[in-house]
Ligand binder design. Structure first.
Ligand code: TMP
Length: 215
């Protein structure tokens, strides 16, 4: 490359990274698959950041504490606002800086979780409005596992005393219907993945979906 060419490359604006969200019921495998995606995309030479919502920030920790139900009655509107506020905080602190550095961000749960879970007890349009300032991801991979199977997995790994407020089969059935409604909207970048297959097969399907993003 000529000296002029090298100078142009050095001065070219950094290409923006890719923002991937993983979604699904509790027990659908989003956390496991986020780690697998990190390994696979790193193996392809990308710089990858895995993160999750609720985030590790102070607002996210508050939301997580409420999910434990330990404070007594949980106000669903307060919880919805905490998730939405945590999201903007998380975007500003972790997601946007990584995307600006040209990295891939794999986020375990994002806006669609709020749509699916908070609209069970709050007006769906209001939930959408309070999340409207969160940037839409380049890809949203919805791991589809039925409520019965997802709950069986959660109950097998978590003793009853440690389960969070949404981890019952009755609630997961309603969450499943919410996710299906979100999927039916045909929003940009939303891809359904069969999450009932083996961990390796689901990971392979996610990687194929990443191929389509040019990753
Ligand atoms: P997880 O970290 O095991 O996925 O648990 C997070 C829980 O929080 C899960 O039950 C989904 C719920 N949740 C919401 O209800 N709304 C949200 O916006 C997010 C990010 C999570």
């Amino acid at each position: 490359m000529s000296r002029e060419g090298a100078w142009l490359v050095a001065c070219a604006p950094m290409a923006r990274g890719t923002f991937i969200a993983l979604e699904g019921l509790d027990g659908s495998g989003t956390s496991t698959q986020a780690e697998m995606l990190f390994e696979a995309l790193t193996g392809r030479g990308h710089t990858v950041v895995t993160t999750h919502e609720p985030s590790r920030g102070s607002i996210g920790q508050r939301a997580r504490a409420m999910l434990g139900g330990g404070d007594g009655q949980v106000d669903p509107h307060l919880l919805a606002l905490l998730f939405a506020a945590d999201r903007l905080d998380h975007i500003a602190r972790e997601v946007e800086p990584a995307l600006a550095r040209g990295e891939i961000v794999v986020c375990d749960r994002y806006v669609m979780s709020s749509w699916a879970y908070q609209s069970l007890d709050c007006d769906a349009q209001w939930v959408e409005t309070i999340n409207a300032r969160a940037p839409w991801p380049d890809a949203t991979f919805l791991l589809r596992v039925g409520a019965e199977e997802a709950t069986r997995r959660v109950h097998a790994r978590t003793p009853e005393s440690q389960r969070e407020i949404f981890e019952t089969e009755a609630i997961q059935r309603r969450v499943e219907a919410s996710y299906e409604a979100a999927l039916a909207r045909g929003l940009p970048g939303v891809v359904a993945i069969d999450g009932t297959r083996s961990i390796a097969d689901v990971s392979e399907a996610l990687l194929q979906a990443c191929d389509a993003l040019g990753l």
